[in-house]
Design a protein around this ligand. Structure first.
Ligand code: SF4
Length: 185
């Protein structure tokens, strides 16, 4: 089954894919502190980011309700290292790929419970409903931020033997689909 999940992710366009045991995922308070510093400009503006996501402890507990994670990396080419539009486009493409993988998994393994974590803030709405204190407009498609969950993405890539960076003038994004199954890798 794991080979099949990995094959589905590659078929959808992922560059690198791996399976990790949920208990090996590293959570870090420092990652959450970086969210609070708001380098991405999305802190406190999105239902799928802190502080709306909740406390680190409860998010870790939620992740550990799942047994394994399918770690998914996309790599996109940029015009140069200042190509912010290219980075934004690549993040949307990563979000769409994660959704395509989710749909493909659900079609084949409808019984599996999944939790998707994407790269950065949920990008569906131009202005997240959080800002107007309204409920999320698309709760079935909204995707929490993997960083917002306090997951140390660099450690995750190391544990999965996936490169964190993929060369000059590229941008790499990491997402994860947590799932529960009795099979062991
Ligand atoms: S779907 Fe829209 S309202 Fe919901 S979290 Fe994403 S951006 Fe916000």
């Amino acid at each position: 089954m794991y080979d099949d999940l990995i094959a589905i992710a590659f078929e959808c366009g992922a560059m690198n894919v791996a399976i990790i045991n949920a208990k090996d995922i590293v959570f870090s308070e420092e990652v959450r502190v970086l969210c609070e510093k708001n380098y991405c400009g999305k802190y406190n503006t999105n239902w799928m980011c802190p502080p709306a996501l909740g406390e680190l402890e409860e998010l870790e507990k939620r992740v550990l309700e799942y047994k394994r994670g399918l770690v998914i990396q996309t790599v996109s080419r940029l015009e140069d290292s200042f190509d912010v539009d290219g980075m934004d486009r690549a993040r949307i493409e990563h979000f769409e790929l994660m959704n395509n993988i989710r749909n493909a998994l659900k079609e084949k393994y409808a019984y599996i419970d999944l939790l998707l974590l994407g790269a950065g803030a949920c990008p569906i709405c131009i202005k997240c409903a959080y800002i107007d204190d309204e409920p999320c407009r698309f709760p079935d498609r909204a995707m929490p931020s993997i960083e917002g969950y306090g997951i140390d993405v660099m450690s995750l890539t190391q544990a999965c033997n996936i490169p964190y960076n993929n060369g000059v003038d590229t941008v790499s994004y990491i997402g994860m689909i947590l799932f529960t199954t009795e099979e062991t890798p």
